[in-house]
Each structure stands twice: as structure tokens, then as C-alpha cells.
Design a protein. Structure first.
Lengths: 354, 354
């Protein structure tokens, strides 16, 4: 038999002298055959060099074992790391992932979802922000979102509020008398706005002097840098002689603030403490490693897939009980102390194992 | 008809009074029907709310439109960016990507390839380094590799030799009298060893004083930092008073060298010039933006998919002419000048559009 020729059910039937129906049963309902006959067919498959065709099996049992994933981009480490962790769950659950990058174009993402539905995906994980959760719920397959609007579908989110709260407490504990938060003015209505709220609430509760800068920070490094130069000028002029604690909306912002100060003073002056958010590589690789609030990306990814698998399994039952309410999980972040804050009253950094 | 019930060929046949064979022809060979009959069936599909089932179509024409991708990890920006660009080719060619992260485990990657073959992928893109190209060629489907051993399969690689060459020339032009290259001692036998060769050859040809440090640089930031502290001590002791030009194996190494110097001197001293490799985000976001040799990741990704699509299309012909020789493409890198080298004799940086 030629190397390129696929072994068909016909070939197997001919070789074993069973009917094609029996061969088909072997693949789709093996328990309907005796163990002896199962063995005969198994031996024949090996002899003939049969290659499993999952596509054919899908048609038989209707289950593709495909999960669709839509990510906004892979340029930001947050997204590439979470995709990495999602793909790694193949080892646990065996689901395969069809991945699309949406670049936050609503119509493009709608087309991708249509394509995914045509491939009979069993579930969908959405990290992009464009399509309302109501519309996702109407797809009528299990959907889990991560860190985005999630009213009508199941979701996993970081406890951003706790992150903002912890950042303010740490800065105050480290003797900062002016607490500053810098964030994008477009963060309202997203889960990450919790960072602003957590920070503000604890400052108000404890009577800490604070100011929140919600500004247009641009979309990339080239745009963010000058925006932060101007904010830092403002801060330097407004609060001379104070010990300033800055909580930045993310590690990229924290790194630029650090670079502005180091380029000006040749070091990070004692009058500044800085905390970022995300624990992205830049926080570790900055000229002075940056204290940060880490999202537990492995937990976010694993919880998302685990919620999805539970919903997909339920639908495979003969009488599925589809839950009325979406499941929402919140994952607490972890404070990681490095050189931009002093003192030792926070968790010890866990080294990334790879 | 209930919302969840799939519309079958039977339903369409009943509704239109055509035979199931006619309906099947509509999907697989529409030109065999009159335009009028095509219209009747199209109208019926809309009335009945028929949803396209690509899985069923695959069985009819044998083409899955799947490409398998195996990436070592998504932690390194190089891999996530190249995956980003590969996935984006969906817009051009319509192929869908089944993605696996291999983490450089040979046996795991072999299992992934088996799984991909069971899903009848039409082609395979490999970025991981574990499985020999001979074995990949024996899969008997089109395979393209990117920046790895590629003797028996088609490939796309950066012209690393030209990168090493250009780095040495730039450092010499900028008045460095000692040219240093720092790289991992494990780079031999990989395409990236071309960086060492290009650097060394031009230094020899032009009689430039140079030294190459091939050392164990560890696998992550925590291990690389102390390794580089010790190399920099050695350099400082050995070459005082010289203008030292350092060509680092990649931007992460360049950034650590820069951080070591800035933490020691409060700035990047005039006695040092630094060039990295890759144009990864850290090169732009470093305390002094780092001059780097950029791999054209978009070109690498697009060339890889385009070679693969050509080979896949050839196999769809009635009488495919399978080429005897794998195709190897080499993409020249681009020098991007920033603040760690002085002068203006290199290309102007192009801003990333997103």
C-alpha cells in the first residue's frame, strides 16, 4: 500500500471480513462489539497503517473538541502570556484552540466568530472588548470572557479594586505623604477602573492626601512618553519636598516614569516610590526593578478554561441542565516588592519557573 | 423549528422538493445546477436558518483549511509577535491556525504533531527547535520552519550574518577601538550563530581589535543578570580608557548591560556604545533607548505562510508537481539607531503602526 494512500473503512472491512457497519461501530460505539472482535480490528488498523481521522469522528459524534479564542493582540505581554496559559490547558482537557487576533475591530471579530461557529467550536473564550456580552450570550454556546464587560456571559477577572487598595496602603506605609495615581482617561467602564476606585476609596477612608491623574496617555510608547513627561513636570512643580508615592496604571507607565526620573537625577531619588500593575517583563527588566501588582495570569487562564469545560460537559449530557446565571470569578492579585519601594512588608517575589 | 436544532440536508430537500443529491451538489459543485435552482436552494437555506457546517464540507472535499503551528513559547516577544503576524494572514489566505506551545519538549511536540495530523492539517509551520527537519519532511505535508535547523524542509530565516557584520561596522564607524560581542555558548549550530560569524569576519577583514565572549548566559533574566555583571567587570578591568563597542546577542542582554552601566555611573558613559538584536519592546523602553538590529518579523511570517500556501495549492491540483528541493528564504535585517550609539549613519526608525 502506497505511503500516501489513506486507509479507508472499505480497506479495513475487506482485510477483516467484517462489514463496513461493524467497522464504523468500532469507532463510534466500540462496546457494541465483543472484545475479541475489537482486538481483530485493532490489529488490522495497525497492520494497514490506519491513521486516525478526527474530522471523520467529529461527524460521527458531533464533537469537535475545538475552543475558539479571540485576543485583541499579542503585542502586549499580558495577552500573549494569557494565551500561552490557555493553550497549555490542552494537556489537562485535550481541547484544541482556534485562535484569532481581533485588533479591536468589531466587524472583523464578528466575522471571526462566524467562521469559528462554522467550524462547530464547542466553546469560546473572549479577551477582546468590542462585542457586547449580550450578543455573545446569543451565540448559544458556552462563552467565558477575561477582563472585559461580562454582564450576560461567564467571566474571570482580576480583583482590580483590591490591587488599587493594596497599592495605596503600601505607599502610605512606606512614608509617602502625597499619594498619586496615574491612569488613562479611557479606563471608565472597564474592569481595570477598579484600580482607580480601590486607590481612591482607601485614601478617602484613611484621610490620605491623594490626587488622581486621568489623562490621555496615548496607545503606544511613543505617545505615552511625552504625556508622562508633562504629568511628571506638573508633579515636580506641585509637590517639591514631599515624599511622593506613585501608583501607575500598568508597568509600562511605571517604567516610563522611572526612566524620566533616572535620566534627570542619575538614580531613583528617595523622594519617590513607584508601583506598577501586571508584573509584565518590563517591571523586572527596568533599570531599577519595579514593585508591581501581579495579575495571576495562570489562574485567570485556568479558571476560564475550567468554567468553559464544565459548561461544555454539561451540554454533552443526555439531559443537560443549563444554568440560568453566568458564573463570575474574581482572582485576587499579588503585590510583588522590588526596588522602587522600600521596606519588606509585602509578599516575596516568586520566580517564574521558565 | 427550535432554535437549537440543526437544519439537515433532509430538511432542505423536503422543503425544496429536490433530492438530497441535488442539495449536496449545491454545496460541493454548485455550477452543476442551473442558476434558478441555485437560487431556490439559497432562498430555502435562509428561510430555514441553515448554518454552514464547515466540518461537513471538509469531509466532502477533503480540505480542512487548517495550518498547524508549533511555537516554543509566547513569553519571548519574538515568538508572540511572529505568531501575531502569522495569525493575521487569515485575512489574506483564509487558512485557520491550530496553535500549540511546545516549551521545547521533543516528545510533547511529537504528540502535538500527531494530534494536528489527525485533524488533517494541510500544512505546518514550526518555530520550535526540537524535532529534526528530516522527521518533519517525512510527515509528507508541506512544512515551513522559521529560524531553526531546516536542511530537509522549506524555511525562512533572518540574515543573521549580515546583522553581525553591520553591527561591527557601525561600532567601528562610531570610533570604538575595542569591539566586543557577547553571546550564549549554546548558539552554535543555530541560524543565530551567523551573528557571531558576521561580526568576527568583518573584524578580521578590516583588522579591527575585537573579542568574542561566548558564555553561559542562563535562560532567564534572573540567571542572565549575574552572568553579565561578571563579564562587564572583566571588560572594565581589561579595557580601561578605551572606547568600547558592545554588540549583544539580543536586546535583553543589551538592556542588562545598559542597566549595569547606568546603575554604576548614573548615565551611559561616553566610553561605551551598545547594539542589541531583535528590536523587541525592551530596546525601545530601556532607560536609554537601545540601537538594535531588527528582524523583519512581519516579512518572516508572511514569507513563511506564502511558501506554505504555494505548496498546499500545488497539492490541490489534479496533477501536482511536488518540488524536489525545499525552498530557503533569507530576510535581511534592518539597523535601527537609538541613543546607545551616536551619529546618524544608519536607517531612520520606522514607528510601529499600532
Amino acid at each position: 500500500m502506497g505511503k500516501n494512500k489513506n486507509v479507508t473503512f472499505n480497506d479495513i472491512a475487506e482485510y477483516t471480513h467484517f462489514s463496513k457497519t461493524t467497522i464504523s461501530r468500532y469507532f463510534n460505539n466500540p462496546d457494541s462489539l465483543t472484545l475479541e472482535n475489537q482486538q481483530i480490528i485493532a490489529d488490522a488498523l495497525e497492520k494497514l497503517g490506519y491513521k486516525e481521522n478526527k474530522v471523520a469522528r467529529i461527524l460521527a459524534n458531533g464533537k469537535t473538541e475545538f475552543i475558539g479564542v479571540i485576543v485583541p493582540d499579542l503585542y502586549h505581554h499580558y495577552y500573549s502570556e494569557i494565551l500561552d496559559q490557555i493553550l497549555a490547558t490542552y494537556e489537562t482537557y485535550g481541547y484544541k484552540f482556534l485562535v484569532f487576533i481581533g485588533n479591536e475591530h468589531e466587524e472583523t471579530e464578528r466575522r471571526y466568530i462566524e467562521e469559528l461557529m462554522a467550524y462547530k467550536i464547542e466553546g469560546l473564550i473572549i479577551l477582546s472588548h468590542t462585542i457586547p456580552s449580550k450578543e455573545l450570550a446569543d451565540l448559544n454556546i458556552p462563552v467565558v470572557t477575561i477582563e472585559r464587560e461580562d454582564e450576560f456571559v461567564s467571566s474571570v477577572n482580576t480583583d482590580n479594586y483590591a490591587g488599587g487598595h493594596d497599592a495605596a496602603i503600601l505607599l502610605a506605609d512606606h512614608g509617602c505623604d502625597v499619594l498619586l495615581h496615574i491612569n488613562s482617561n479611557s479606563c471608565k467602564g472597564t474592569p481595570s477602573y477598579g484600580r482607580v476606585q480601590g486607590f481612591t476609596d482607601v485614601c478617602r477612608d484613611k484621610g490620605l492626601y491623594h490626587e488622581v491623574f486621568l489623562r490621555n496617555l496615548g496607545v503606544d510608547y511613543t505617545a505615552t512618553y511625552p504625556a508622562l513627561v508633562s504629568i511628571m513636570d506638573e508633579i515636580e512643580n506641585k509637590y517639591p519636598g514631599h515624599r511622593k508615592g506613585i501608583f501607575a496604571s500598568n508597568d509600562n507607565v511605571a517604567n516610563i516614569i522611572l526612566n524620566i526620573l533616572v535620566r534627570k537625577y542619575g538614580t531613583l531619588p528617595d523622594s519617590y516610590q513607584i508601583i506598577g500593575f501586571d508584573n509584565s517583563p518590563i517591571s523586572r527588566e527596568a533599570v531599577f526593578p519595579i514593585t508591581t501588582i501581579a495579575q495571576k495570569i495562570d489562574v485567570l487562564a485556568n479558571e476560564a478554561v475550567s468554567i468553559l469545560v464544565a459548561e461544555m460537559n454539561e451540554r454533552k449530557k443526555r439531559r443537560p441542565v443549563l444554568s440560568q446565571q453566568p458564573v463570575h470569578k474574581t482572582i485576587p492579585p499579588v503585590l510583588i516588592c522590588r526596588e522602587t519601594t522600600e521596606g519588606h512588608n509585602c509578599f516575596i517575589e516568586n520566580k517564574r519557573s521558565h
